[in-house]
Design a protein around this ligand. Structure first.
Ligand code: ADP
Ligand code: MG
Length: 151
């Protein structure tokens, strides 16, 4: 029997607040795991990854930038002494499944990998493979709702 997904909900009123949520979340996101990050442009997806990356000791928050052009950024960190490979993808600029071929998604998902994919919901092959989804919704001004669903 498959397990029920777990859902966590947060609200934030600033980028610093979103980074703090990312820092908290990191402990829940044990590898290997592939998650889709959904939300409009400017919702705060990359900002959330800054929090996750800093909690894993993988990067300082100002080192985490959007991989819009390079498609993927890779960082090395750890959680409870175990090494974690953090892969941050942004597929905004891709629109066809076959454009994913050269990315090597299968190779990315090693046992130590946490793969976070902005705009991953656009691709059926990624939706099928995802272990959950983090959705960020603007609620006006700087307020955001963050819903984490882990399958
Ligand atoms: P995305 O990756 O979803 O396109 P970014 O994280 O790159 O979004 O950018 C979010 C933008 O919104 C930043 O300019 C940030 O300063 C601003 N912002 C305002 N309020 C928030 C918030 N609560 N959480 C995250 N970003 C916020
Ligand atoms: Mg982004």
């Amino acid at each position: 029997m498959s397990k029920e997904p777990t859902v966590h909900e947060y609200e934030t009123k600033s980028s610093a607040g979103t980074i703090a949520i990312g820092r908290k979340l990191a402990a829940l996101l044990t590898p290997p795991r592939l998650l889709i990050l959904t939300g409009d442009l400017g919702a705060g997806k990359t900002t959330l990854v800054k929090g996750i990356a800093t909690a894993l000791g993988a990067a300082d928050s100002d080192e985490v930038t959007s991989p819009t052009f390079t498609l993927v950024h890779e960082y090395s960190g750890s959680l409870d002494g175990k090494p974690i490979k953090l892969l941050h993808l942004d597929l905004y600029r891709l629109d066809a499944e076959r454009q994913l071929d050269s990315l090597g998604l299968d190779e990315m998902l090693t046992p130590d990998a946490l793969v976070l994919i902005e705009w991953g919901e656009k691709f059926k092959s990624i939706r099928k493979r995802a272990d959950g989804e983090i959705t960020i919704t603007s609620e006006g001004g700087d307020t955001r709702k963050v819903v984490v669903r882990l399958n």
